[in-house]
Write a protein that binds this ligand. Structure first.
Ligand code: MN
Length: 209
């Protein structure tokens, strides 16, 4: 059985950008439903995969409910840890790579907000490492970089309306701007960036209980 990971901070810690009310629905209802769906499908099939990463990769391409649920379970868990209420800024070689790829943090913000704001429908916006370079990409629905060979996610924000509608209504761009200014977990981005280049382990979903 895969567990619903606890939030790494109190549900009101991301206010005012993301309210406790949004977090209550988003983590306690939406994310939980995806985890429950994965467990129900695996129980029906009588399989006990070793990791959620295995489930996502094995079901990618089938376009079915298992991939959609597993991808969403994984994406949401990474989204929670990719936020840090303490804020901060990139440092060290990550800051240098951002300067090289985007001309600085403002350039990354513009790329991230433009990509996420312009994404049609539901999905996710990511900062990823690919082949030693940084890129901003979006994925549709439950799509995830986990299934992209050689791609490591550093940062992610949820573009589904349930992520921002209670707090920002239809203003996805405003949500993304406020999110980028105060909530990215730069320590996670740095450790993922290091892992992408062979230094340490990438973030993983908790092992099944
Ligand atoms: Mn969501």
């Amino acid at each position: 059985m895969f567990v619903l990971p606890d939030l790494p901070y109190p549900s009101n810690a991301l206010e005012p950008v993301i309210s406790a009310r949004t977090m209550g629905f988003h983590h306690g209802k939406h994310h939980k439903a995806y985890v429950d769906a994965v467990n129900a499908i695996l129980a029906e099939r009588g399989t006990r995969p070793a990791s959620l990463e295995d489930v996502v990769r094995a079901s990618a391409g089938d376009g079915g409910k298992l991939f959609n649920s597993a991808g969403q379970a994984w994406n949401h868990a990474m989204f929670w840890v990719a936020m840090d209420p303490a804020g901060g800024a990139p440092s060290g070689d990550l800051a240098q790579a951002i300067d090289a790829a985007f001309g600085g943090l403002d350039g990354l913000k513009t790329a991230f907000v433009t990509a996420g704001g312009g994404h049609f429908g539901s999905g996710w916006v990511w900062l990823v490492a690919e082949g030693g370079a940084l890129k901003v990409i979006t994925t549709h629905d439950a799509g995830t970089p986990l299934t992209m060979k050689g791609v490591t996610p550093l940062m992610v924000c949820d573009l589904w309306e349930h992520a921002y509608y209670l707090d920002h209504q239809n203003d996805r761009k405003g949500f993304l701007e406020a999110w980028f200014d105060s909530l990215p977990n730069w320590a996670l981005a740095q450790s993922q960036w290091a892992a992408a280049r062979g230094g340490g382990a990438v973030w993983r979903y908790p092992d099944p209980a």
